[in-house]
Design a protein around this ligand. Structure first.
Ligand SMILES: Cc1cc2nc3c(=O)[nH]c(=O)nc-3n(C[C@H](O)[C@H](O)[C@H](O)COP(=O)(O)OP(=O)(O)OC[C@H]3O[C@@H](n4cnc5c(N)ncnc54)[C@H](O)[C@@H]3O)c2cc1C
Length: 363
């Protein structure tokens, strides 16, 4: 019996892969429905369709441009991105798991282990405490992972505070914006259209997030235009994090499997689900396998993030100047951030002056 805690994309997709192979899978979800509350912008590259086809009702928009904005300049780059309705996406993946034979227990909150082969869950609907048999336990329970804490796997990894609201704002509905520089310290800001007149506006920060968020909001509109909040934590990838201890495994945000450049965790968690499924089925070391299959990519994102975090506004201006060349834009269109190794290699090949930023690696 495999018990997965959390019916987010990581938990449900892993449940789907394992159930498809005939494994007995139970997924616990503490909320009364999958997908709510939403704490995400829901933007992914079209690489998501390497995993499975998205149904139309999951897609809010397809965007073919990103406007990259720094303090004193901006450029537009052609891309191929999908903005999803995140609640519907989570439900789609959960349905795939159920159709493959996994059982989902809603309103069931993991509270701890009961010996080696069982866990304790609170049935919130019936206000009961239950003991659930579990030979293998997977914590797919997000950045606050109770499974990681109970298994002694929580580390002192850092989390960004991702502050985001749905806001009434007229914006180009074919493009999203990313904002960099001293008004967005340590990360970046975004404006992503979801429908005519509504955008998802947010930023990530380690500190003073509210102050930065409200300044950003004020530069575009006001508090009165906030429709609802969709904020949450964004884990920073930690290559040293232990993600398996005996028969307890972590995946997704619980394992900090997130691209440090963008905070995107959906595609890395789907990829990790394939790795973990293989490790469970073939009894392989997941700490090692994950590093082998995704570690180099996530480490590259982390290194780029560390370089960007040392940039001044003038450095961002210089970066955008190099990115504005047609030959560079072509590379950015061909390789997306989910294939960072060929992306960076080809960018350096086409424009060796990007190498000048490598001085920040050692600064
Ligand atoms: C503001 C913001 C914007 C983002 N934008 C993007 C984006 O545009 N693109 C992108 O790729 N990523 C984005 N991310 C990151 C993305 O949301 C996460 O990486 C992704 O949700 C990780 O999926 P997961 O399944 O690991 O965790 P989650 O989606 O957090 O799912 C965890 C599930 O576990 C459940 N749970 C938690 N504790 C328990 C418990 N004790 N018992 C039972 N169930 C439990 C939760 O209810 C939840 O359903 C964003 C994050 C934030 C905060």
């Amino acid at each position: 019996m495999i018990t997965i805690v959390g019916a987010g994309p990581a938990g449900s997709y892993l449940g789907y892969l394992l159930a498809r192979l005939g494994k007995q899978v139970t997924i616990l979800e503490e909320h009364s429905q999958v997908g709510s509350p939403v704490q995400c912008t829901g933007i992914v590259t079209n690489s998501i369709e390497k995993f499975f086809r998205l149904k139309n009702e999951v897609i809010a928009k397809r965007l073919d441009k990103v406007v990259v904005v720094s303090k004193n300049s901006s450029i537009t780059v052609n891309v191929d991105e999908i903005v999803m309705w995140r609640d519907r996406f989570d439900r789609l993946v959960a349905e795939m798991a159920q159709d493959a034979g996994a059982k989902i227990l809603l309103s069931h909150q993991f509270t701890g282990f009961d010996g080696r082969n069982a866990i304790i869950a609170k049935d919130k609907k019936n206000n009961q405490t239950k003991r659930i048999k579990a030979d293998i336990i997977v914590g797919a329970d997000g950045p606050y992972s109770a499974v990681a804490k109970a298994a002694g796997l929580s580390s002192n990894s850092k989390n960004y505070i991702g502050m985001q609201a749905k806001v009434k704002l007229k914006a180009d509905t074919t493009a999203f914006e990313t904002h960099f520089g001293s008004d967005f310290p340590g990360f970046f800001g975004w404006v992503v259209p979801e429908s005519e007149g509504i955008v998802r506006l947010g930023l990530g920060c380690f500190e003073n997030t509210q102050e930065h968020f409200y300044r950003f909001l004020k530069s575009r509109t006001g508090k009165k235009d906030i429709v609802c909040w969709e904020s949450g934590l964004i884990p920073l990838y930690n290559p040293k994090k232990t993600i398996q201890k005996d028969k307890v495994y972590l995946i997704g945000d619980a394992a900090a499997q997130v691209k440090a450049t963008t905070g995107g965790g959906i595609i890395p968690s789907l990829k990790a689900a394939h790795t973990l499924c293989g490790c469970i089925v073939n009894d392989k070391n997941y700490n090692k396998e994950f590093r082998k299959q995704s570690g180099r990519e996530l480490l590259l994102h982390l290194k780029i993030r560390n370089v960007l975090n040392k940039f001044s506004d003038a450095d961002y201006g210089r970066l955008l100047e190099l990115m504005s060349q047609e030959k560079v834009k072509n590379v950015l269109k061909k390789y997306d951030r989910d294939t960072p190794i060929p992306l960076v290699a080809n960018l350096l090949l086409k424009e060796p002056r990007f190498l000048s930023f490598s001085k920040f690696l050692f600064a």
